[in-house]
Design a protein around this ligand. Structure first.
Ligand SMILES: Cc1ncc(COP(=O)(O)O)c(C=O)c1O
Length: 484
């Protein structure tokens, strides 16, 4: 029996008339949502399983009206979300879905372009080349770097280490793999403050966690270059093979900056790949007075910057800049017959530079953000966020019993309230303060641990965060410190 065909008068999709009316209403919903971001608590009630319990166990057998689906979105989903666009979101690294970014994302979704090959999205591929080159210029890197956009910094850093593994043709990991061979241990270096994405990349690439060497950091949480030198020398003496060092511009915990120029000297001498993780703070390169932190980055082999962190671009968008794209191609390019094209030697086929074939059109939203803000507009906002953080740090430093626990070169402040007692008592006290503050729903802060000290972090990064939100956070912190 032939399968009955669906009614040929219908695609199964909703009508474009319905699209028009629903989309118009949704645009209004979004505008109202962003106009009154404090309508919802920034952190929802934390009830594990509550959303699951509210959702149907099974997929619907019959089509459901979009109005019903959207009602459920409003009732079941929105109130149980953590609102990253809330100006009281001061946790982790705060971010923003700006208007040009949202519109770019909307258009990219509607176009549904997959620029895996240049010919499957010629303008998308070339826009990505241009936009990533704008990012290069914004942070002052020299010309002739290759740029691509990935989903996350974790992917970009994994790509950097994959390229590093291919630098030495004798290893030929691409062809021979790592297993079943007598190879020296491949070693990757980063400071004890580096992000776990370095460790995850090493695990994924078969380098192994034990071969990520945690280089000691100094009192201001910056990698000690002499410790890096010592670690490499002792590894070479033990017969290991150093392949890469990751320097961080803006560490996750305290936003410290590793000494990039000194690391570049060592990487050059040792002939190992130098990757800079500037996932959060890379955008600060647009601010002339912050550029000094970047000295030495121009000698790196690769850099990652996440516009979805501090460049007002909606998730996800990670810019990966590479000085030696040929190593990336060696790591990843495989061209099956069905993907061969006449122009492949003269254009950028992004599938050649990563393990993924499909390539989302992320460049569109980034291009729209950079154009709509302009380099000066970007610098103004970044500067403002840094000034807000500096003012907050001033309040903390001036208050009896409170202490700023790390330098704050950008827009993040680490601090704690100090009471009588040992470190574990102080740590527990600060954890209780944080819980009380976050329960308010007005602000959301996060924590980290610096040299065994539990510290609270305030991270400014949302375009709508103003002094009043920091003042509210400070008021809540002081009240909580008195009661916890
Ligand atoms: C310094 C640093 N690098 C990398 C990452 C990972 O970023 P992503 O979530 O884009 O993979 C983070 C996340 O906060 C980070 O702070």
């Amino acid at each position: 029996m032939p399968t009955p065909a669906p009614d040929s008068s219908q695609t199964g999709d909703l009508s474009l008339d319905e699209y028009r009316s629903r989309a118009t209403a949704l645009v209004e919903w979004i505008a109202t949502y962003l106009e009154h971001p404090e309508r919802y608590p920034v952190l929802p009630p934390l009830e594990p399983g509550a959303t699951l319990a509210a959702l149907a166990d099974e997929p619907p057998e019959e089509p459901e009206p979009l109005g019903v689906i959207l009602d459920d979105f409003n009732r079941q989903i929105v109130p149980r979300l953590t609102h990253w666009n809330h100006p009281g979101f001061l946790a982790y690294f705060a971010n923003t879905a700006s208007v040009p970014g949202m519109l770019g994302e909307m258009l990219a979704t509607a176009l549904n372009t997959n620029a895996m090959l240049w010919r499957t999205g010629p303008a998308a591929a070339e826009l990505e080349e241009r936009t990533t080159d704008w990012m290069r210029q914004l942070i002052g890197l020299p010309p002739e770097w290759f740029g691509m956009i990935t989903d996350l910094a974790s992917t970009s850093t994994l790509y950097a280490l994959a390229a590093a593994r291919e630098l030495d043709p004798a290893l030929d990991v691409r062809r021979k793999g790592l297993s079943g061979r007598a190879l020296p241990a491949l070693r990757v270096y980063c400071s004890d403050q580096a992000h776990s994405s370095v460790h995850k990349a090493a695990m994924t690439l078969g380098i192994g966690l034990d071969n990520v060497v945690a280089v000691e950091s100094d009192a201001e949480f910056r990698m000690r270059p002499e410790a890096l030198e010592r670690a490499i020398a002792s590894d070479r003496a033990a017969g290991h093979r150093p392949i890469a060092v990751v320097g961080v511009l803006g560490t996750t915990s305290s936003t410290s900056v590793d000494p990039l120029a000194a690391i570049a000297d060592i990487a050059t001498r040792e002939q190992i790949w130098f990757h800079v993780d500037a996932a959060y703070a890379g955008v600060a390169g647009a601010v002339p007075e912050l550029r000094h932190h970047f000295a030495g980055m121009e000698r790196a082999d690769s850099v990652v910057i996440n516009p979805h962190k501090w460049l007002f671009t909606p998730m996800d968008c990670s810019v990966f800049l590479v000085r030696r794209p040929e190593a990336l191609r060696r790591a990843f390019s495989v061209i099956p017959a069905y993907l061969e094209t006449a122009e492949q030697d003269t254009v950028t086929n992004y599938m050649d530079y990563g393990f993924q074939l499909g390539h989302r059109f992320r460049a569109l939203k980034l291009w729209m953000v950079i154009r709509a803000f302009g380099a000066r507009g970007i610098a103004t906002r970044i500067r403002h966020h840094c000034a807000l953080a500096a003012e907050f740090a001033g309040w903390v430093a001036a208050a009896p019993g409170w202490a700023v626990e790390a330098p704050h070169p950008f827009s993040v402040v680490c601090f704690r309230h100090v009471i009588e007692g040992d470190e574990s008592r102080i740590n527990e006290h600060n954890a209780r303060i944080l819980d009380l503050v976050n329960a308010s729903g007005d602000v959301f802060l996060s924590h980290t641990v610096l040299r065994g000290r539990y510290v609270i972090r305030v991270a400014v990064g949302n375009l709508r965060t103003e002094r009043s939100h920091l003042a509210r956070a400070w008021e809540l912190l002081r009240t909580a410190s008195a009661t916890s």
